[in-house]
Structure formats: structure tokens, C-alpha cells
Design a protein around this ligand. Sequence first.
Ligand code: HEC
Length: 136
Amino acid sequence: MNPKFKLAVYLLSALLLATPIYADHTTNHVDVEVGNLSSLASKGRLVFNTNCASCHGVDAAGGTGGPPLIHSIYNPGHHSNVAFIRAVRSGVRQHHWQFGNMPPQQHVAFGDMVFLMKFIREVQQQNGIETKVHKM
Ligand code: HEC
């Protein structure tokens, strides 16, 4: 086979293989707008982007290692602040998504979780996420 043609075939197959992965990533990503934050929430933003953004994306918009948390699934009626604290202390088994398990993040202090929750809830509200009472 002509080496240039071979290269073209390789590039094309790589592109075709990469497409579903790329598509999957974008569907797990949401556009998050961050408006004015209270001073507690601003501290929480820093805590979040330092400790959680590697998986959950900057400002919890979703990343390659974890879901967006500015998402209706995580509204306060379905995932209370206690659920967040439990997730960080004990980790989470994969159940809603296909990212695998979340390992415990015990280096995040409880006090910092208070700021972090202010950040999550303020930004959820700014992005139109409403509290829905959870019905099983
Ligand atoms: C190593 C990657 C990773 C890091 C770091 C991480 N998470 Fe997660 N997290 C995940 C994954 C993956 C899930 C989704 C599990 C599922 O539902 O399938 C998740 C789920 C969650 C949930 C939902 C819990 C539930 O009950 O369904 C919360 C809340 C959460 N993460 C908060 C955080 C916070 C806050 C931080 C930072 C302190 C953090 N995560 C750091 C990967 C991560």
C-alpha cells in the first residue's frame, strides 16, 4: 500500500474511533454560568476547583472523570448536603453514570465542605436547578 494512503487510513480510523468517546464526554458536560457569589461560596469555589474539578470539571460542569454536579439529579431534594458530605467522606459506588466509583476524598476538611456546599447550591440556583422532592 502507498505509505501516504496508509497514513490517511490510519488517521481516518483514529478519528472514527475517537468520535464516540468525544460525543460521550460532551453529553456529560453542561454549560455552567457562575454569577455573583457570596463570600462563603467564593471560598467554596476554590475548594471545589482544587479538590474536585479534576474529575467533575471546573465549576462542576462535568469532566472526563466524573459527572456535572450542576445538574438536576443533584438538586437539594434528591442529593441533600448530607449526601455530598457522605460522598466526600466515604466515596461513591458507580450508579448514575459510567465513570466508575468515586474514591473517598478525606483530605477535604468538614469546614471546607460548608463552603463547598454554599458554592454548589448558589451555582445550581443560578443555573435554574430547582429543588424537587425525591419520590421512590
Ligand atoms: C477521582 C474522581 C473524582 C473526584 C476527585 C471527585 N469525584 Fe465526586 N464523583 C465521581 C464519580 C465518578 C461520581 C459518580 C458516581 C455515580 O453516580 O456513578 C461522583 C459522584 C459524586 C457525587 C454524587 C453522590 C451520590 O450520592 O450519588 C457527589 C455529591 C460528589 N461526587 C461530590 C464530589 C466532591 C464534592 C468532590 C471533591 C471534594 C468530588 N466529588 C471529587 C468522581 C470523583
